[in-house]
Design a binder for this molecule. Structure first.
Ligand SMILES: [Zn+2]
Length: 251
């Protein structure tokens, strides 16, 4: 089982159960209730110090600056959600958040979280994230494969900001997993036009090719009056062809 190569720092917590006893089919997003970098969370006492009563961990940490920390390898069960059955099947992610309600997260953390979720889904063959906000669906991963800490303990986690964004998070991840492009036809045409113009400019800027240089094609064609010698590798228009034929015919 692999871990994300998006991680920017690693400090493995002793607070974990190894290996996990269930395949990964669930995502549980938490909030740190305080703005930290991933490394700062990885270094926290309750994460680095082994304790079956006070110890805690998570699989990944997302920092306020978009840093991503590995805390518990994906092969192992983190101690994160106050539910060992959830943690055995979930990838748990602590996201840096404000310390107070609604526990909002930074743009950098949000973006890093989306990137991390896409990577987790791709490597663990989770085709899409499903969120209904329905506690009664815990464990029914064909209907809902995201869970929240507040369903397992009397906690605000993941905070109202992340909780309210769960639908949007799932939609953004799913759109990118499916490779859908959310653009209008005119926007797509604009990009295609730009690419064609770039290709034409590149071709026009290319020097004479080796074989043509050796055979002195351009010099001979210029001497014969077929060409002005510019853009030797560019496309030829119909009117340019006409001009070359007329020149060849001496008309
Ligand atoms: Zn939590």
């Amino acid at each position: 089982m692999s871990n994300s190569n998006l991680v920017t720092c690693t400090r493995i917590s002793p607070n974990r159960t190894s290996p996990r006893n269930h395949k990964i089919d669930t995502i549980t997003i938490h909030c740190t209730a305080g703005q930290f970098t991933a490394q700062q969370v990885l270094n926290m006492n309750h994460i680095t110090t082994y304790s079956t009563s006070k110890g805690a961990s998570c699989n990944y940490v997302v920092g306020k600056d978009g840093s991503i920390g590995l805390c518990v390898p994906e092969s192992d069960c983190s101690w994160c959600s106050s539910s060992s059955s959830n943690d055995h099947r979930a990838i748990t992610i602590e996201v840096s958040s404000d310390a107070t309600h609604p526990y909002a997260v930074t743009d950098a953390a949000y973006k890093a979280l989306i990137d991390l979720l896409i990577d987790i889904c791709q490597r663990n063959h989770i085709p899409e994230l499903k969120w209904k906000g329905d506690k009664s669906l815990i464990g029914q991963t064909d209907k809902q494969n995201m869970t929240v800490h507040r369903w397992f303990a009397a906690k605000a986690c993941p905070g109202d900001w992340l909780y309210q964004h769960h639908g949007q998070i799932a939609a953004e991840v799913n759109q990118r997993l499916k490779g859908e492009v959310d653009m209008t036809k005119e926007e797509v045409k604009g990009i295609v036009r730009e690419v064609i113009q770039e290709m034409e400019a590149e071709r026009a800027a290319q020097p004479e090719s080796d074989w043509a240089g050796k055979a002195q094609i351009r010099a001979r064609a210029m001497a014969a009056g077929f060409t002005d010698g510019t853009r030797p590798q560019s496309l030829t228009t119909r009117e340019e062809v006409d001009a070359k034929i007329l020149a060849a015919m001496g008309k």
